[in-house]
Design a protein around this ligand. Structure first.
Ligand code: PEP
Ligand code: MG
Length: 925
């Protein structure tokens, strides 16, 4: 083959050069240039050339063996879609010119009946969107060029196979004929000819199959298959652009919060063939194991095959290590290329390659998607290898990935029991780690239906493709019978952070019958199934899960240790019980930012006393109940303060409306009515009627805006007194034992400074009294939650009395938006997000423009009056990375979140500090 590509080998080049900023890409003319030859671009041009295009350009630029080609820019895609599916003027002429260059390099001509150039047409957006966009290979074939290809390669079977693949891909992707219909035709031919594998089909078989494909297309689409290569090319480019706005791609972008106006580029590239015999192959590889992060060349390849065979999972490929024995020279070269690319990009690379008659061609390099475990290990290892600095390592790992590492795993005892019971059904590839249990479902739509009813589901498919993505999004885990570690299922699952077992070949999946069978056992839709994506095991029953012990994860501890050195924000936890506080501390919490005392009231042994306190008809009766509660609360506080010895514990006084401690009105009404009808238990009836009267007397139209928080305390001051006494007594008790307890008394739902004044006037003298009684002085702070918008506006007045603020961003969001959280999330909020009325759920990600602006205002006002005021946040946002970044920016002292989010928050806080540093140094430059 007369291929004239860059001949400089990697060895001659030594190290790769850093990408130069292309003048053209940044200059004004760049937007007008629709097409870039690979050798004209570079790695920094991802916006314009897409990730794949920029990678191909960079590899070409540094002299790696890349088949020649060009990229049609993302700007063209946007223009095409904006102008109602119309190409910019002159685009086809530019394409002809660029393809002319490729023809000259390859020594072949597009559409030449004697020695035809074939091309691949692939999409490539700025961010990789696995399986979302489409690829057409072998484009340029028709009856004439097919003969030319057969003659030029002296291989008729190869040419017929290339044609068959082209018609199939073009039919499916460009003409939208369902893919299964092509597969059915192949299966039918195999059955008829007795062929077991695709490779058993001979040239005539393939020819007949292609003819059947064309008939199918005619029947389905009422069009003749296009024979003109230029027409084929134009249609394929359009199909890529159209697919950018296709449902699958739009869904994926919505889920992953990728902007819709990025557009996709189209890469047109000379074909090289991995299916030209035993000295040809195709494969994909990662420079490190994407599941564990281990530094090994990880991947798979298939001899005598084209790329789609590996990715589609229709044939199970060989591990790449086998290539060392089968193609030692090429393996050696590939290994060097892989190493060099990783050093060049300073990150783990995901590579695609083809070997054509013993010659290596690189088809893709991009940053490799990896599991949480791999992300942490690779980042830490690369610092050790002096590839990156600590700051970069910290920015490499997504805070959400840390959360994934804390996810439950199977309880080894229960798993062993399942094995003994013969419930281990099969072992497949450990494609994406984690344990998942759920009801088996065999199609994506049912997965969505069941998930909407709150059921955990495991999606089981023979293999997945982009049409399954909506089911994969809602499933707890994914199981496929076919496909390797780089199959669609594996790649998408890893991206989503979901457990996946792929290529469990022993299992027969029958989507029609909605069941799977293996070794005589059958699992039907709805029956329990468990998969372990870390080991590849599949079990035919539910298995209990347990939490992993992250204290033993050395890489994670190293990374979090670096994070702690960098962050400015403190990371505290919300915990109501000593056991939660212990978990939080083990995860690195530096204090408790919110202890919701009312949760203690809900405990079974306390509820009757709490009810008595609420229902008391005289003050003496109420005080008796409070006296009973006092020692119990004191014990609670001793427990949590002791657990957090030396650290601050913010204890919030009772917050929810009192009726939450009583039975529901409607249920009581039914019970009373029944008792009246039966008339056989006058004593119980009288008791229930009394309860009903009390509950009815406390009913509110809008309890969240009613008698709760400090309003309740001010109406029933005995509760405040009891809680404050319990806190102080616990602290004095511990102080005498030598335990350093630092309680902070927090008043909820304050909107007016007079509310705070009224409580303070009770709390301070009472605290003094307890200390005098106990004969010891202890430190405590008095402060407030800021969760009513008015409190933000008058935060200066409030800071005059409060030694600390803790932003209750749950209530603050609810009250600023005027959304009732419980109603909004279930009813309209999700729709608001899908319709882009709101960019995200404001109860998850802090609304910076509204809620954030008020927080910022309160911070500034509070500091003006009390410069050393302690400022925290204890709503759900305290564990969300984007909200944490905001908290850093407005200068809070700490964020407080659920214990399991503490490690995530530590990393997010470090990233916020690093980003600020980066932005500052960019400004100074
Ligand atoms: C809040 O409102 O943010 C808060 C932490 O309090 P709660 O969720 O208990 O109302
Ligand atoms: Mg609140």
């Amino acid at each position: 083959m007369a291929v004239r590509t860059p001949t400089k080998t990697i060895r001659q080049r030594g190290t790769l050069r850093r990408p130069r900023r292309s003048r053209g890409a940044r200059g004004r003319g760049a937007a007008k240039k629709h097409i870039w030859l690979f050798e004209e671009g570079n790695a920094s041009m991802r916006d314009l050339l897409g990730g794949k295009g920029a990678g191909l350009a960079e590899m070409s630029r540094v002299g790696l063996p890349v088949p020649p080609g060009f990229t049609i820019t993302t700007a063209v895609c946007n223009e095409y879609n904006a102008r109602g599916q119309t190409f910019p003027a002159g685009l086809m002429t530019e394409i002809r010119r660029a393809l002319g260059t490729v023809e000259r390099k390859m020594g072949k001509r597009f559409g030449d009946p004697k020695n035809p150039l074939l091309v691949s047409v692939r999409s490539g957006a700025k961010f990789s969107m696995p399986g979302m966009m489409d690829t057409v290979l072998n484009l340029g074939l028709n009856e004439e060029t097919l003969r030319g290809l057969a003659a030029a390669t002296e291989n008729e079977r190869f040419a017929e196979d290339a044609h068959r693949r082209f018609v199939q891909m073009f039919g499916k992707i460009v003409l939208d004929v369902p893919g299964e219909k092509f597969e059915e035709i192949i299966a039918e031919h195999k059955r008829r000819t007795g062929a077991r594998l695709d490779t058993d089909l001979i040239a005539q078989d393939l020819r007949a199959i292609t003819r059947a494909f064309k008939d199918l297309i005619r029947r389905e689409r009422r069009v003749e298959f296009p024979t003109d290569p230029w027409k084929q090319l134009e249609m394929a480019i359009r199909a890529v652009f159209d697919s950018w706005m296709g449902k699958r791609a739009v869904d994926y972008r919505n889920f992953n919060k990728i902007a819709h106006d990025l557009g996709t580029a189209v890469n047109v590239q000379a074909m090289v063939f991995g299916n030209m015999g035993a000295d040809s192959a195709t494969g994909v590889a990662f420079t490190r194991d994407p599941a564990t992060g281990e530094k090994i060349l990880y991947g798979e390849y298939l001899p005598n095959a084209q790329g789609e065979d590996v990715v589609a999972g229709t044939r199970t490929p060989h591990p790449i290590s086998q290539m060392r024995d089968e193609m030692p020279r090429v393996y050696d070269q590939f290994q060097k290329v892989a190493k060099m690319l990783e050093r060049h990009y300073k990150d783990m690379q995901d590579l695609e390659f083809t070997v054509e008659r013993g010659r290596l061609w690189m088809l893709q390099t991009r940053s490799g998607k990896r599991t949480a475990q791999a992300a942490v290990k690779a980042a830490v290892d690369m610092v050790g290898e002096k590839l990156i600095r600590r700051d970069e390592a910290l920015l490499r790992v997504e805070p959400e990935q840390i959360y994934q590492l804390l996810l439950p795993r199977f309880d080894p005892d229960d798993k062993a029991a399942a094995e003994r019971e013969g419930k281990l059904l099969a072992k497949g590839l450990n494609a994406s780690p984690g344990a998942a249990t759920g009801a088996a479902v065999f199609d994506p739509d049912t997965a969505v239906e069941l998930a909407q009813t709150g059921q955990a589901v495991i999606l089981v498919r023979p293999e997945t493709n982009p049409d399954d993505v909506h089911g994969m999004l809602v499933a707890r885990g994914i199981l496929t019978a076919r496909g390797g570690a780089t199959s669609h299922a594996a790649v998408v699952a890893r991206g989503l952070g979901k457990p996946c077992v792929a290529g469990a070949e022993a299992i027969r999946v029958d989507p029609q019958a909605r069941q799977l069978s293996v070794g005589g056992q059958v699992i039907r839709q709805g029956e329990p199934l468990s998969i372990d994506g870390t080991t590849g095991e599949v079990f035919g029953r539910a298995i209990r899960t347990i939490d992993p012990d992250v204290s033993k994860d050395r890489d994670l501890q190293t990374l979090l240790g670096w994070a702690d050195k960098v962050r400015r924000l403190g990371v505290w936890a919300n915990a109501d019980y000593p056991r939660d506080a212990a978990v939080a501390r083990a995860f690195g919490a530096e204090g408790i930012g919110l202890c919701r005392t009312e949760h203690m009231f809900f405990e079974e042994d306390r509820l009757p006393i709490v009810r008595r306190m609420i229902l008391a008809e005289t003050e003496t009766e109420r005080q008796r109940a409070l006296d009973e509660l006092l020692p119990i609360q004191r014990e609670d506080f001793v427990g949590i303060l002791k657990e957090m010895a030396g650290a601050t514990v913010v204890i919030r006084l009772i917050d929810p409306p009192l009726h939450e401690f009583l039975p529901r009105y409607d249920e009581l009404l039914v019970e009373v009515t029944e008792l009246r009808v039966r008339g056989n238990d006058p004593h119980e009836l009288a008791e229930k009627e009394r309860l009903l009267r009390a509950v009815s007397g406390m009913r509110e139209q809008n309890p969240m805006l009613g008698l709760r928080g400090i309003r309740l305390g001010l109406l029933f001051p005995g509760i405040i007194d009891m809680q404050v006494r319990a806190i102080l007594e616990a602290t004095c008790l511990l102080a005498k034992q030598g335990v350093r307890a630092h309680p902070e008394i927090m008043i909820p739902l304050v909107g007016h400074v007079n509310e705070l004044r009224a409580v303070e006037e009770r709390v301070r003298p009472l605290a003094e009294k307890v200390m005098a009684e106990r004969g010891i002085r202890v430190r405590y702070k008095f402060g407030t939650m800021i969760e009513v918008p008015r409190a933000c506006v008058v935060a200066d007045e409030i800071a005059g009395r409060a030694e600390f603020f803790s932003f209750g961003s749950n209530d603050l969001t609810q009250l600023i938006f005027g959304f009732s959280r419980d109603d909004a999330e279930g009813k309209f909020l999700l729709q608001y997000v899908t319709q882009k009325i709101l960019p995200e759920n404001p109860f998850q990600v802090l609304d910076r423009a509204g809620v954030g602006a008020l927080i910022d205002m309160a911070v500034k006002l509070g500091r003006k009056v009390r410069p050393d005021i302690e400022l925290g946040i204890c709503g759900e946002h305290g564990g969300d990375p984007s909200s944490i970044e905001f908290c850093h920016q407005v200068g809070l002292t700490y964020v407080s979140c659920s214990p399991y989010r503490v490690p995530t928050a530590r990393l997010a806080a470090a990233q916020a500090a690093l980003r600020e540093k980066q932005a500052r140094s960019e400004r100074d430059r």
